[in-house]
Design a protein around this ligand. Sequence first.
Ligand code: GLA
Ligand code: ZN
Length: 667
Amino acid sequence: MKLNEIGQLLHGGDYNVDQWLDRPDILQEDIRFMKKAGVNVVSLCIFSWSSLEPEEGIYTFEWLDKVMDSMYENGIYVILATPSAGKPPWLIKKYPDIMRTNEHRQRLLYGERENHCNSNEIFREKVRQIDEKLAERYAHHPALILWHISNEMYGICHCEKCQGNFRKWLKEKYQSIEALNYQYWSRFWSHRYTDWEELESPSPIGETAVHGLALDYKRFYSDRSIDFLQMEIDAVKKYNPEIPVTTNFFHFNCGINYWKLAEKLDVISYDRYPHWHSGADQSTEWEIGLESAFAYDYCRSMQNKPFLLMESSPSSTNWMPVAKLKRPGIHMLGSMEAIACGADSVQYFQWRQSRGAYEKFHGAVLSHNGSEHTRVFRDVEQVGKRLANLGHIKNTETKAQIAIIFDWDNLRGLEEQKSLRNINRDFEKVIMEHYEALVQNYVSVDIIAQTADYSRYEIVIAPMLYMFLPDTAEKIRSFVKGGGIFVMTYYSGLVNENDLAFEGFPPFSLNDVFGVKSEETDSLEDTDCNSFIWQKKEYQIRRYCDLVQLHGAEVLASYEQDFYAGMPVLTKHTTGLGTAYYMAARGEVEFLRDFYAKIIKDAGVEKIIESEYIRDVMVKERHDKGTKYIFLMNFSKNMSEIGGERLSGYEVKIEEKCFDNTALGFQ
Ligand code: GLA
Ligand code: ZN
């Protein structure tokens, strides 16, 4: 069966059955439980290298044959992983160089997982061999629907081999050492290079001051990781190119440019572990839910199609500072939220809890008590039942007319540089504030890279787009000229792709488009505050205030305090057929909500639901050609009401409507 032809949403999870090879009864028992819980997919072999190749060159696949066949016979699909994220001890005993070298230049000892060097040729060969063996044996197995490459790839190696590859990468990028010196501005502190061999990866005991270099090492290693992944993809596709591939994404700071990685994958998958109930006040579940929604929207936007929620905990984790249990209703809410944002699955880490080692107390559908008569099992069963009724939602789309730029290069660049505030720079929080304001306006939002195609959107928002990649300024210009609405904020357009400051006033080369020139940026202390009045309402400002000169823009609001009182804080400029807004300061979420409400209305962007903002209620939409599926989600434990619908605490309702808004009912 092809993944996109399956007419059901997927429900299941990581199944590490090779931990029970001496207990054949467990497999039978698990299949019975899986059916009860409405499980239709399992991910196998994520860390099974030792069980598949117990000694070098000796393969033991018989147990896996049995598991794959049993799954197929019982109507459960298999996502089969390549085992490269966990290495057997024999491998490292024989080839210790496979282990990663850290930034202090210490090679790691055997242990843990996902800590190999991506340049190591022996490791590449060993991984390729086992991947090909798996593919040769299972690529045409009827249960197989997807390859899961490795697991949560992350991290950086600093070994000599990687350094050598880095120098090659630099030579290719810059061609001449002088070009590199210019971009790195290396005469500063006399760091001018005369030979490629002088270049070393950044280190706390070495170079940290050349920001362009630090940024390049991150890019280089991201490319190395993607190259490694490509090797694994080629290995598994060799025997059947029809089986799609994925790898599970987790944290956007994992060291890999997910936008580039996404280009190699047939489907995006993502692991999410929200810190539910981690705060004391009522709005917390909303904030936690919002972070997840952002991540899900990001995953959907990467390929503009549904993704898979590859892992989530059916109960608590074992690694959070405090692992609270999901309160009643939260498991359904969190699972449906992923579906609402474009996931075609709800999968768990893990199906059955390990009995020993690091994750023995991590949440699982089946815990050590081995019983289905538990709260967690019942929660999972409920989700299974609901998903079974939503098969028609699989493969449906989300059409966002608004996008926020959240860019990997920009993020990495902002991490390195020294300026403004070196504590709590809040870049990710700023992004979340804009996202929250849009979500509170009940519109769909895409999260895009600066290299994306803006023409799909009516409104594009670029919070703190400090770094402009080579085409960015021109893309913004033509987007606005062609009729788009672009919102740019303070601290944007300062440096090029190598973190070299542009000459002239920011935002680089767009002063005419925005009608402003940013002259200085003030950073406020946590206790400082400024304010402005817009449309007769007063709003607070925290942390960032650009002082801008006017060059044609219309002033919509001005600072109320400090020596720059009276200077513009919000401007509007019409260029060609479009409009360019410049937000000079970091206004509070309430301002962003009001401001976006206005421009959404002006632009005629369609809202998912016509409602004023209701605290703690999130609304998301998916649709196919004829039907809209509107998810109303209450993140408060108290009752809420939206659009005439009552939602009890943590409730999710799914409303089905025709495009002409004829109601078709609720799920
Ligand atoms: C990650 C990993 C899993 C497991 C979980 C625990 O998502 O991919 O193997 O360790 O964390 O939360
Ligand atoms: Zn290395």
